[in-house]
Design a protein around this ligand. Structure first.
Ligand code: 13P
Length: 340
């Protein structure tokens, strides 16, 4: 038996570690064209390639101080090839700031026939796409696989399918020289309590790491992007940040090998403040934590930016300042030093 070539192992591990060092985290701007279209519509703009480019240019041309808080950015396919107004590739702009570019490679969900659940597609041409992204300068990839908590779900079928797809994705990425960010997302939707959320998260993580092991994935060259363990959005019983921190770290300790260098949470529909306060509590809770615990937020880093920008050129600097404010708050939270 032989693993990935040692040189490639080292490269992947170095990249994974660089992404989660010093409380830095990931800015996720990999909304699909449809997803960003809805946000553009809210500020009265049409969903054109140029409007999508212009918004992302706003983020990437923020003050260089951004790179003290953000180590990496997740791009969408189209964004990998886009340029600033002055013709510089976005990937180059990020590189000059010492920010590592990565890319979303899943092709969203499809129904699992004869169930009300889903699985993720995109494996067929993945090796080819990874090789192309690597050539363009990307150093990591991400694949999001959502699972829903319902009366009897997620089912064993959905969990097994998700775990296997994530493991196939991760092994293909590593062979092509990209660090896979593995994202099993147990959704916030539902009225389940925190105890149920914790048990489901533990079951899903155990299945995912069994599959990663079966597929010979080099764990030191991966990152995990999980949900935090919280009560469902519609659950009447609310928990404190400390309770959320204990449930989250307990589930992670039970399911995530210590060989994984870092865990970067998704925000999953939490408000900006919640996402920061919970991350801070997670880093402060007095429990064993063998991995870096940081952020990979989409909505929780951009909600204020969209509100402040409102699609108007004259608000550009103010909107960039909001991004830096959130990034700094989350950097402090990843160090357990956020004061509110
Ligand atoms: P949110 O932080 O908005 O849940 O984004 C999740 C995600 O997967 C983006 O890459």
């Amino acid at each position: 038996f032989s693993y990935l070539p040692v040189k490639l192992q080292e490269e992947l591990q170095q990249t994974a570690e660089a992404i989660v060092c010093h409380g830095k985290g990931i800015l996720a701007v990999d909304e699909t064209n449809e997803g960003i279209g809805a946000l553009l519509a809210q500020v009265g703009l049409e969903n054109t390639e140029n409007n999508r480019r212009n918004y992302r240019q706003l983020l990437f041309t923020s003050d260089d101080v951004l790179s003290s808080y953000v180590s990496a950015v997740i791009l969408y396919d189209e964004t990998v090839y886009q340029k600033t107004d002055s013709g510089v590739r976005f990937i180059e702009v990020l590189g000059k700031k010492n920010i590592i570019p990565g890319v979303k490679v899943d092709k969203d969900v499809v129904p699992l026939p004869y169930t009300d659940e889903v699985t993720t597609q995109g494996l067929d041409d993945l090796a080819k796409r990874c090789a192309e992204y690597k050539k363009q300068g990307c150093r990591f990839a991400k694949w999001r696989a959502p699972l829903t908590i319902s009366a009897n779900g997620p089912s064993a079928l959905a969990i097994e399918s998700t775990a296997n797809v994530l493991a196939r994705y991760a092994s293909i990425c590593q062979t092509e020289g990209l660090v896979p960010i593995v994202e099993p997302d147990v959704l916030l939707d539902g009225d389940h309590d925190i105890i149920r959320a914790q048990k489901v998260t533990e079951t899903v993580l155990a299945a995912v790491y069994k599959a990663l092991n079966d597929h010979h994935v080099y764990l030191e060259g991966t990152l995990l992007k999980p949900n935090m363990v919280t009560p469902g959005k519609a659950c009447k019983e609310r928990n404190t940040p400390e309770e959320i921190a204990v449930a989250t770290v307990t589930a992670l300790l039970r399911g995530v090998p210590a060989a994984v260098p870092g865990i970067a949470f998704l925000s999953g529909g939490q408000t900006e403040e919640e996402a920061t306060v919970y991350l801070n509590a997670i880093n402060k809770v007095p429990m064993k934590k063998p991995w870096a615990l940081t952020f990979s937020y989409g909505r929780a880093l951009q909600a204020s930016v969209w509100k402040t920008w409102a699609g108007r050129e004259e608000n550009l600097i103010k909107a960039q300042t909001e991004l830096i404010k959130r990034a700094k708050a989350n950097n402090l939270a990843a160090l357990g030093q956020y004061n509110f």
